[in-house]
Design a protein around this ligand. Structure first.
Ligand SMILES: [Mn+2]
Length: 317
C-alpha cells in the first residue's frame, strides 16, 4: 500500500477505472478513490466503461464518472478486477502496465493485473470489498473521509457483503462500516438502493425463472435459465438481470446457477452456500469471482434439452 500511495502522491494526473457491468463496489471504489485523490489536488478522471446505472445516480461523484479514458495520465489505478479485459479497456490497461504506470487495488484472486502492476498492486482477498482497501489507502494518504466519501465506501462494503449478510462479512468490515456511519455515510440511501421496488417486468421474469428452477444432482445445484424470448415475453429490455438469483437461493441448495441468454452470449450467475466453490466452477468456463458468488460468460445460445438446459454455439449464417 505504501508504494502505491507514494506513486499516487507523485502523479499529477490519475485515471481511476473499475470493471464493466459495474456493481456497488466498482462504483463506490471509483467515486471514493476519485474524491480522495482530488482532495490531494490531483487531476482525476473516474471511468466506468458502461457508465453508472441509473439506480446509483444519487451517489456523490457518480455524475462525474466518464465512459472513455482520457488520452494520457501519469498513473492508471484499476479497481475491483484482476483482469485487463474486464476493465473494458484491455489494450490501454496493458500499455499502462508495460510502462510501469499501472496501479491495482483488488480483493479478487490473483490475475494479469497484479503481475502488470508489480509493486503498485494491492490485493487482499480477505477484504470484504475493494472499498475496504480504498479506505486503507485513504488512511495511508492521510486523506479526510468526508460524508460523501464515507457513503461511497459504505456502498461497496454493503454491496459485497449483501448488506452484511454473507460470509464476506467480517469483524473488520463491520468495524469499518461503523466508522463510516460515524463519519456521515448515508446508510439509508444505500439500503434503499438495494431494495428498489422491482418493475412488473422483473416480477414476471422472476416468475419464469422460479417456475424453471430444477435440481441438478450432478452439480448439486439448483439451476434455472432465462432465454431471450423469456425476456421479451416479460417485457424486460436491455438492462441486466438483478435480484432473481437470491430468490432461487431460497431453495437452500449447495449451489445456485442462473443462465441468462443475451445476444450471442450466455451469462451464468453462480452462487454457493459455502460447500461448493463458485469461482472454481466459473473459472472452468472462463469466468471468475469469489467462492460464494461468481459468474461466467460463454458465446452461444440457450437450448432446452430433455435433461436440462445447455449452451449451443451461435448459429452461423
Ligand atoms: Mn468487489
Amino acid at each position: 500500500m505504501k508504494q502505491l500511495a507514494a506513486a499516487l502522491v507523485a502523479a499529477q494526473s490519475v485515471v481511476v477505472l473499475a470493471h464493466v457491468r459495474p456493481d456497488g463496489d466498482a462504483i463506490g471504489s471509483v467515486c471514493s478513490a476519485s474524491a480522495l485523490l482530488r482532495q490531494l489536488g490531483k487531476q482525476v478522471t473516474g471511468v466506468l466503461k458502461d457508465g453508472v446505472p441509473a439506480s446509483y445516480a444519487w451517489l456523490p461523484g457518480a455524475q462525474e464518472v466518464a465512459q472513455e479514458l482520457p488520452s494520457s495520465a501519469d498513473l492508471l489505478l484499476v479497481l475491483d478486477t484482476p483482469d485487463a479485459l474486464r476493465s473494458g479497456f484491455r489494450d490501454a490497461v496493458r500499455a499502462y502496465g508495460a510502462s510501469g504506470k499501472l496501479g491495482l487495488i483488488d480483493h479478487h484472486r490473483s490475475g494479469e493485473l497484479e503481475r502488470l502492476a508489480g509493486p503498485l498492486a494491492v490485493r487482499d482477498q480477505t477484504a470484504a470489498s475493494t472499498t475496504q482497501l480504498v479506505a486503507e489507502l485513504a488512511r495511508e494518504l492521510g486523506a479526510r473521509i468526508t460524508p460523501d466519501i464515507a457513503t461511497a465506501l459504505y456502498l461497496g462494503l454493503a454491496t459485497d457483503t449483501a448488506n452484511f449478510k454473507n460470509s464476506a462479512t467480517s469483524e473488520a468490515s463491520l468495524l469499518l462500516a461503523s466508522d463510516l456511519v460515524k463519519r456521515g455515510a448515508d446508510r439509508r440511501k444505500v439500503v434503499d438502493t438495494f431494495s428498489t421496488p422491482k418493475t412488473a417486468a422483473m416480477l414476471r421474469l422472476s416468475g419464469i425463472a422460479l417456475s424453471r428452477a430444477a435440481w441438478n444432482s450432478e452439480l448439486n445445484a439448483t439451476v434455472s435459465a432465462l432465454t431471450l424470448a423469456d425476456q421479451v415475453q416479460a417485457g424486460h429490455s436491455g438492462s441486466s438481470v438483478h435480484g432473481i438469483i437470491p430468490l432461487l437461493e431460497e431453495a437452500g441448495s449447495a449451489a445456485t446457477i442462473l443462465l441468462i441468454e443475451e445476444a450471442g452470449v450466455v451469462r451464468g450467475q453462480v452462487r454457493s452456500n459455502g460447500a461448493w466453490d463458485a469461482s472454481e466452477f466459473s473459472g472452468l468456463l472462463g469466468g471468475g469471482g469469489h467462492a460464494r458468488a461468481a459468474g461466467f460468460e460463454v458465446p452461444g445460445r440457450l437450448v432446452q434439452g430433455a435433461d436440462g438446459w445447455r449452451v449451443e454455439p451461435p448459429l452461423v449464417g
